[in-house]
Ligand binder design. Structure first.
Ligand code: PAF
Length: 277
């Protein structure tokens, strides 16, 4: 596996091959990331993974400082998966003039769900993903649907800026007990991990209830809130999966529905969702 640390080297590598599958990450890899790598391997001639903990997308500096890093372990996992190149740029390489003031913004979409609680987060994500696409020049790029809002925004950006890349959304991966995989789970104690299970349990129950009580949205919302108690919930509701608007009446719209939650456990912010059609 080739390790690439500069943009110049990355551009030269990309110029030599035009069928690259790309998995951008912030490292501390788990099965969720590896499922993206495997899909990229199956669909492309070459697979490039990037690891860059992007300071521009952390609205809370303490969260950035605490973000887990283990490059040697990650590199071992990626090598074992047969990844062709690992792009590992430094902060200086990515932001030689500091974080640019340019913002890419979707006003309505970024005002909902995570965007409403993490000002500047998605602007930082779009900036780095846009630039990574410029340097890696992938034919396809793979994103987990656990970060559903992120996936939606990146897909729109690629379409609107006519970036020649297919943005592929891949299923969320869970532990055997249902907990959604996340690099942040490592910060939970054994008790916290048990508490965190409430999130996936509440969501999967909401999905089951949805088919039986579609006509009774207030009941479904109340049930979801009750099932999440006593967690500190940031948002939890039923959303139109295309616009991320909270659904007020299922009889008026029949969209694909996203049931999504963000909640804190032991000060760790966790997100999870399920899609219902
Ligand atoms: O999902 C992530 O890990 C990050 O937001 C991404 C897409 C790698 C951009 O930094």
């Amino acid at each position: 596996m080739r390790i690439i640390e500069t943009k110049a080297e990355m551009l030269a590598y990309a110029a030599a091959d035009h069928d690259i599958g790309f998995v951008p990450t912030m490292g501390y890899l788990h099965e969720g990331h590896l499922s993206l790598v495997r899909r990229a391997k199956a669909e492309n001639k070459k697979v490039v993974v990037s690891i860059f903990v992007n300071p521009a997308q952390f609205n809370d500096p303490a969260d950035f400082e605490k973000y887990p890093v283990d490059i040697a372990h990650d590199a071992g996992l990626l090598k074992a998966e047969g990844v062709d190149a690992l792009f590992l740029p430094s902060r200086q390489e990515v932001y030689p003039h500091g974080v640019p003031l340019l913002t890419l913004r979707y006003e309505a979409l970024m005002g909902r769900l995570c965007g409403a609680f993490r000002p500047g987060h998605f602007e930082g994500v779009l900036l780095i993903v846009h630039n990574l696409f410029m340097w890696v020049k992938p034919a396809r790029a793979y994103f987990g649907l656990k970060d559903y809002q992120q996936y939606l925004l990146i897909q729109k950006m690629a379409r609107d800026l006519e970036l020649p890349v297919d943005v592929v959304g891949c299923p969320l991966v869970r532990e055997s007990d249902g907990l959604a995989l996340s690099s942040r789970n490592v910060r939970l104690s054994a008790t916290g991990r048990k508490e965190a299970l409430k999130i996936s349990q509440a969501l999967l129950k909401a999905k089951r209830d949805f088919s039986r009580y579609t006509q009774n949205l207030p009941f479904l919302k109340k049930q979801l809130t009750t099932d999440l108690a006593p967690l500190q919930v940031e948002y939890a509701s039923f959303y139109d999966a295309h616009t991320l608007e909270e659904i007020e009446d299922f009889s008026k719209v029949k969209p694909q529905v996203l049931i999504a939650v963000a909640a804190f456990v032991e000060g760790v912010r966790l997100i999870d969702n399920v899609l219902v059609t």
